[in-house]
Design a binder for this molecule. Structure first.
Ligand code: ADP
Ligand code: ZN
Length: 529
């Protein structure tokens, strides 16, 4: 075809200019492309927005045959293919959304050598007829997008990806390039071994996104806090607000609309057409705020997303990094803001306890949450911690909340002992289960109906915590929970001690806590946190 012929003549840089209209390669694109054009396998780790697509699209145009791209993003294939076709690239896709006629047409194009790129859903490769089809055509390379989906250790495992190890056996001479924006050392190693990419060259880009300002705030009244953020810093900006549940998405979107923000909801429970329409509007129009569950965003390429806000704690640092990475792809200053509180920790721990899967699976989930909590509770630079999680060393950034207003840490041993002693005393109540609210009321010496009903005003710990506010006590409880010095169990989130709690109670262990910014600590009632 025209484009491919030109490509072969002019080489990679020429394709970059003529087909894609860009001046120069970014980062290590050139190196990766040269390596793959030369027939080498590659494992590409590059943050979202780094420019992974060109790393397989250009080699596919330069090499003879069709580049086969395996991608889990079925909903985006049509758009990706349309965008490529608009550039004159002969692209097609095969997935479950097509009818038989459409599929036949694409298959015929592939066999006739009329496709530069063929996008495939991973499950298609489990169908023998697809494999036979591929064997009858000429393949220039395999690109495995979102390659972390093959890692069981990771946060986005898809069983269909395991079958991709067979590509190497069937097509030993076809170069393979696996790409992901998610890569802890562990995920990274697992991708290489599961996809039999041990001999692949690794290209690891910096995961730093210097234009994103990371901020993590104690959750007080999350929707009000969010509104405050939007009004003070992001008036009229496009952004994404992530919530854990569908109902919270709905409520938050309504709240924002009521307060004059142009917001749209997005979650899997919405009608597919509404979902698509909202997504299309978000991409097309300026200054819309998408309130969504994490179902939204994978593969979304909107350069001017100015903020990503999380109203609930993400389940892992990888997830957090990927979601926040959707901000500021254009390189301009952007905000990643997360609010989290006591209830988030309780909720995540509960989800793990009740999750399906074996003990090893639950342990993995717990490790992910613990890493996320450590990022939230750190008194160090957020970026240093974040990059460290991805195995990259860096210096304090000057562009995160802890760098901009360093939080103090304080010796929380005595308050921790007070709170844990209260838990010990509550435990003695037969058949009664008390959560953090009751413990805080007791510590503050509040004679609530429930305190009086259970004679808790007669406990020796009653009123011993009047030196701290309600919000401060909840912060203490949250941090003890994060540090594993306190736990919750059962339907009512009853407070219970952990094996480590006794070391604190016995005075063998000190507790260092993060001091919350003043304005939050002063807020008397802590609302939904
Ligand atoms: P990723 O898949 O890594 O998230 P994409 O491949 O979608 O990133 O690229 C992100 C954006 O950057 C896209 O809009 C893409 O067109 C653009 N881009 C990629 N490489 C270059 C380049 N060399 N010059 C200019 N823009 C580029
Ligand atoms: Zn910093």
């Amino acid at each position: 075809g025209r484009v491919a012929a030109e490509a072969a003549r002019g080489g990679a840089l020429d394709v970059l200019h003529r087909v894609f209209g860009y001046d120069a390669f970014r980062g290590s694109q050139q190196e990766i492309i040269d390596h793959v054009v030369g027939g080498g396998d590659a494992l590409v780790l590059m943050p979202t927005g780094g420019g992974k697509s060109l790393c397989y699209q250009i080699p596919a145009l330069v090499r003879r045959g069709t580049g086969v791209v395996v991608s889990p993003l079925i909903a985006l294939m049509q758009d990706q293919v349309d965008a490529l076709r608009a550039l004159g690239v002969r692209a097609g896709f095969l997935n479950s959304t097509q009818d038989l006629d459409e599929r036949r047409l694409v298959e015929a194009e592939f066999l006739a050598g009329e496709l530069d790129l063929l996008y495939l859903a991973p499950e298609r490769l489990r169908v023998e007829s697809t494999v036979r089809l591929l064997e009858r055509g000429a393949i220039s390379l395999f690109a495995i997008d979102e390659a972390h989906c093959v890692a069981q250790w990771g946060h986005d495992f898809r069983p269909d990806y395991l079958a991709l190890s067979a590509l190497h056996e069937r097509w030993p001479d076809v170069p393979r390039v696996a790409l992901t924006a998610t890569a802890t050392e562990a995920t990274h190693a697992e991708i290489a071994s599961r996809l039999k990419l041990q001999d692949a060259r690794h290209f690891v880009a910096s995961f730093d996104r210097p234009n994103i300002q990371y901020r993590i705030a104690p959750k007080n009244e999350p929707r009000r806090q969010l509104l405050q953020l939007l009004r003070s810093e992001h008036e009229g900006d496009a952004g994404i607000v992530y919530c854990l549940s569908r109902s919270s998405v709905e409520k938050t979107a309504e709240f924002l609309v009521k307060n004059g923000v142009r917001a749209l909801p997005y979650h899997a429970g919405l009608d597919a057409r509404v979902r698509q329409e909202n997504q299309a509007r978000f991409l097309r129009e300026d200054g819309l705020v998408m309130v969504a569950t994490i179902a939204f965003g994978m593969g979304i390429d909107k350069p001017d997303v100015r903020f990503v806000a999380h109203l609930d704690l993400p389940k892992s640092v990888e997830g957090y990094y990927q979601e926040t990475g959707r901000a500021g792809r254009d390189g301009l200053p952007s905000t990643a803001w997360l609010a989290y509180g006591y209830q988030d920790v309780v909720q995540q721990r509960k989800m793990i306890d009740t999750s399906e899967g074996d003990a090893a699976h639950r342990r993995r989930l717990a490790e992910h949450v613990d890493a996320m909590l450590a990022l939230c509770e750190t008194v160090e630079c957020r970026r240093v911690r974040l990059l460290d999680y991805f195995g990259q060393k860096s210096e304090p950034c000057g562009n995160c909340d802890t760098c901009l207003s360093p939080p103090a840490s304080w010796d929380g041993t005595v308050p921790a002992q007070k709170l844990l002693s209260t838990v010990v005393r509550l435990k003695r109540e037969r058949n009664q289960k008390f959560g953090v609210g009751q413990a805080v009321d007791i510590l503050l010496g509040r004679k609530t109906a429930k305190v009086i009903q259970f004679d808790h005003d007669a406990l020796s710990v009653f009123g011993i915590g009047a030196d701290l506010t309600d919000a401060q006590w909840r912060s203490v409880a949250r941090q003890l929970l994060s540090q594993g010095l306190l736990a919750v169990e059962g339907e009512y989130s009853t407070l219970v001690l952990t094996p480590e709690s006794s070391e604190v109670l016995g005075g063998q262990r000190t507790v260092t806590l993060r001091k919350e910014p003043e304005r939050v600590a002063k807020a008397g009632r802590s609302g939904s946190s």
